[in-house]
Design a protein around this ligand. Structure first.
Ligand SMILES: NC(=O)c1ccc[n+]([C@@H]2O[C@H](COP(=O)([O-])OP(=O)(O)OC[C@H]3O[C@@H](n4cnc5c(N)ncnc54)[C@H](O)[C@@H]3O)[C@@H](O)[C@H]2O)c1
Length: 439
């Protein structure tokens, strides 16, 4: 197997997972970040994010001397065969992707590269970013034969990132030269997955289109849930019946609070903006965004229905991270909902297995609790916002006894409505009607 010296710039979720996994399949990896504290943490053997298995994988490959961490991009790329750009691409206020970090890294690479190098876009970027990277490297006097640009979008999901990277559905590689194609094929050879080779622009569009399509599926089923609620049908049955159709598939058809996280909301906004610049109004995706925003309001509306006025009420919030098995709070529905509840005059008691420390900085006026039961103390209602296993395994009888009034809003459809009603809850799930104990 051909081994490469790979430098990853940006040691966040994607950079660290990419680095750890490329080291695991035998390459020599240097992870770079301009955040000094982050690099110090990594050098000491700690991991700045919560991602199952990542700490162990990094420790294992550090021992084998296949992964190192540095603040110096210049040192980091001295011996690199390829450099992966994995920096953040956050949204600007108008939704457009902020590519200033990608540009900054591109300029640094252009200044410090010493020999032929492949510059790989790993960050999610709008179509035609590859051209900008190429143009910028050329500005520093680099000749076309000195480098190649490639796009290699990342499809990992937080929480299952390592498995997603090492056992992906596909690897997408956008290239302009045979040399870059062959190198990237060789890099990924140990990973058994279809490798799709395209031009750079198509690879860039594959990422944005895939994320937008998945977001569309989520909003679609949430819209169906709204109809179900109004006509007395059960969205989980509808989704099950739809999902058996191979053309549709069952994944991403779980009605709930909608999507959050660092990717879907920003990628959707960036895609809409990019299409607009290209002269196309992607109204379908605007509807996807709108439906998603409405799902968060759904919680407030239902709490009002159940509790009358919210002012002065205490609400227990179970789950803060945007999904289970991560401490990522970016665009987390729970954060939005807590803000809405606070503006209505509610006291919020919150519990999350891993995301509480990070939340404290965002929301200081919340009572952070030692366990899910502690959050119920004095609460008139509980909202399940993130379906961590600890909540699914909860002692429901105890929950019922601790709540001041038995209002249970299951915004992730994690419980059985019939059982919840029989336990005495005033239980509401998404698109499954309201269930109350019949006396
Ligand atoms: N998080 C995900 O699940 C996921 C999945 C697929 C794709 N992506 C995409 O990957 C990219 C990175 O996402 P992330 O979640 O890893 O972001 P992140 O914010 O966790 O990490 C980005 C890192 O880049 C570093 N950085 C910024 N500018 C730098 C510079 N000039 N030099 C060195 N380091 C620099 C930051 O300090 C940070 O540590 C984004 O474009 C995102 O859309 C993310």
């Amino acid at each position: 197997m051909k081994k490469f010296n790979v430098t990853i710039i940006g040691s966040g979720y994607v950079g660290l997972v990419t680095g750890a996994c490329l080291a695991e399949i035998g390459h020599s990896v240097t992870c770079v970040d301009n955040d000094t504290r982050k690099i110090q943490t990594l050098q000491k053997g700690h991991i700045p994010i919560y991602e199952p298995g990542l700490k162990e994988l990094i420790a294992k490959n550090k021992k084998k001397k296949r992964i190192v961490f540095t603040n110096s991009l210049q040192n980091g790329i001295e011996d690199a065969d390829m450099v992966f750009i994995a920096v953040n691409t956050p949204p600007l206020p108008d939704g457009e992707a902020d590519l200033s970090y990608v540009e900054a890294v591109t300029r640094e690479v252009a200044q410090h590269m010493k020999r032929y190098i492949i510059i790989v876009e790993k960050s999610t970027v709008p179509v035609q970013t590859g051209e900008k990277i190429k143009q910028t490297i050329r500005l520093y006097g680099r000749k076309p034969e000195d480098f190649d640009v490639a796009s290699n979008p990342e499809f990992l999901r937080e929480g299952t990132a390592i498995k997603d990277f090492l056992k992906p559905d596909r690897i997408v590689v956008g290239v302009e030269s045979k040399r870059a194609e062959e190198a990237l094929r060789a890099l990924y050879k140990p990973i058994r997955a279809p490798l799709i080779v395209t031009d750079i622009k198509s690879a860039e569009l594959i990422k944005h289109s895939s994320n937008s399509f998945l977001a569309m599926k989520i909003s679609f089923i949430n819209a169906v849930a709204q109809v179900c609620e109004r006509v007395g049908a059960d969205v989980t049955c509808v989704a099950k019946g739809m999902g058996y159709d191979k053309r549709i598939g069952s994944s991403f058809l779980n009605a709930g609070l909608g999507f959050g996280g660092s990717c879907f909301p920003k990628d959707l906004a960036a895609y809409i903006k990019m299409a607009e610049r290209a002269g196309y109004h992607f109204d379908l995706l605007k509807a996807v965004q709108h439906i998603n925003e409405q799902q968060r309001q759904w919680v407030i509306d239902h709490l009002k229905k159940a509790l009358w006025n919210l002012k002065g009420k205490t609400i227990a919030m179970w789950g803060l991270a945007f999904k289970p098995d991560t401490d990522d709070l970016r665009n987390a529905p729970a954060i939005d909902i807590i803000r809405k509840l606070q503006s209505e005059g509610c006291q919020v008691n919150a519990y999350d297995p891993v995301a509480m420390e990070k939340t404290k900085a965002l929301l200081p006026n919340v009572r952070y609790c030692k366990d899910p039961y502690d959050a119920l103390s004095g609460a008139e209602a509980v909202v399940l916002a993130t379906e961590w296993q600890v909540f699914k395994d909860i002692d429901l009888k105890k929950v019922r006894s601790l709540l001041k009034t038995p209002v249970f809003l299951d915004a992730r459809n994690a419980f059985d409505p019939v059982q919840m009603a029989s336990l005495g809850f005033d239980y509401t799930a998404v698109g499954r009607g309201s269930h109350k104990k019949s006396s």
